[in-house]
Ligand binder design. Structure first.
Ligand SMILES: [Zn+2]
Length: 422
């Protein structure tokens, strides 16, 4: 029995729209036709390379796998998606929507070239030409413009780590309501650690500020926790509907784990941090022992920690900007070996009192009983194995938040909730 894999991208434009809303509208159509059960798993929201210079607002593409009766049935679904895009998308500026689809017989036999194309799209720059080549190799069809790249990439998302997002939509003719931080705090507390990046002190992080139809999005590792929190808020803040997506958000899928400096790509470096200099704007300029330079912007809120790591062996990662020096813009850093040690005088062996140094001789003298002697100093290593990540409000979609460490892959063991779209 055949399955239709269909992906879309690039349907938002300057001043409105949202690709997730087009997919939501498509799914709602299936709901009305009583075809909800033909959706395999959850619809997928895939974020692509965050360093691509000519991207759509959130660089999101979407796809869904549907059980179909026949090739003709698959075609009907594709036509539905096409007409939804034509109705919903304003073709202004650089907006160039695209659809990619593929009919396969066996879900366990997704062509490796498709998963390769997803991995490349999330880490690198890909051209329309490459998308066309891959599509013809895997028998996928492309319809439309630049958006076909992301649409095809989304079809190749076979996760080894994933998260969920509950997205609620708002009425188009109403102003965006202000979500009360107290509501978010309460639910954040209740659903942690299975939801993440909800709130930063009093700053609500689940609500976008743009003109798009998204009311809010709750991200997490469990579909049931995002559902509980999302459903409450959707009711309270007058959402017109909602859906749960499985996503690559917060998974670090964009990290290349390669140390080669290539513009618009993520790079991973291991070295000794030699120097950290603050400029007048508060950004920190770092030098590693192989003369590689890196910059950490002030707004990331990691500067103080970085200054604390000078001399340590670190792993640093981030995006490469295509300027002359190919600077690395830091996204995160991990201390692999902390060189800091604290040297203390021992206690007096006779009375246990504090001892003080007597100049250069190396002799120590007890402050309490006057005992003098040459004794070894006590060395206390700081042993700080910290992971430096930006503050919560500066996270980009794909960056893995610290609180997700240890939860990787959990999402894949979660059964699909009975209710996942409304
Ligand atoms: Zn003493």
């Amino acid at each position: 029995m055949p399955y239709l894999m269909i992906g879309i991208d690039d349907t938002d434009w300057e001043g409105g729209g949202c690709t997730t809303y087009v997919m939501y509208s498509f799914i709602k159509y299936l709901v009305r036709e009583n075809l909800t059960r033909s959706v395999i798993g959850l619809p997928r929201l895939t974020r692509l390379n965050p360093y691509v210079p000519f991207k759509t607002r959130g660089n999101a593409s979407l796809s869904v796998i549907i059980y179909v009766e026949s090739e003709d049935d698959a075609k009907d679904h594709v036509e539905l998606m096409e007409s939804l895009i034509n109705q919903m998308v304003k073709r202004v500026g650089k907006t160039s929507p695209g659809i990619a689809y593929l009919v396969i017989r066996n879900m366990l036999k997704v062509d490796e070239r498709l998963t390769w194309f997803y991995r490349k799209s999330v880490r690198d720059i890909v051209t329309l030409d490459l998308a066309r080549k891959v599509a013809s190799k895997v028998n996928a069809k492309l319809m439309g413009g630049r958006g076909t790249i992301g649409a095809l990439a989304s079809l190749g998302f076979i996760p080894i780590d994933a998260t969920y997002e509950f997205i609620a939509y708002r009425p188009e003719d109403e102003d965006r309501p202000m979500i009360n931080p107290i509501d978010v705090k309460h639910w954040d507390h209740t659903t942690r650690p299975f939801t993440f990046l909800n709130i930063n002190e009093d700053q609500v992080l689940i609500e976008p500020h743009g003109p798009d139809p998204v009311l809010f999005g709750v991200r997490g590792d469990s579909p049931y926790h995002v559902l509980a929190m999302g459903n409450y808020l959707a009711n309270k803040y007058n959402a017109i509907g909602w859906i749960i997506y499985v996503t690559n958000q917060g998974t670090n899928d964009h990290r290349s784990r390669a140390s080669e400096y290539i513009p618009y790509r993520n790079v991973d470096l291991i070295g000794i941090l030699m120097n950290a200099v603050f400029d007048d704007k508060g950004h920190v300029h770092l030098t590693l022992d192989d003369a590689h330079k890196a910059i950490a912007y002030r707004h990331l809120g990691v500067s103080k920690e970085l200054a604390n790591c000078v001399g340590c062996m670190v792993e640093a990662w981030g995006g490469v900007k295509p300027n002359e020096k190919l600077d690395l813009y830091i996204e995160g850093m991990r201390v692999l070996h902390d060189r800091y040690v604290e040297v203390r005088n021992p206690r007096c062996p006779r009375c246990g009192g504090p001892m003080e140094s007597m100049g250069r001789s190396g002799l120590l003298r007890c402050k309490r009983c006057g005992f003098e002697g040459k004794l070894p100093r006590i060395i206390i290593p700081r042993n700080n194995w910290f992971l430096i990540n930006p503050k919560a409000s500066e996270y980009r979609h794909l960056m893995k938040p610290n609180e997700r460490v240890g939860l990787e892959g959990l999402a894949l063991y979660m059964p699909k909730p009975y209710l996942w779209v409304y």
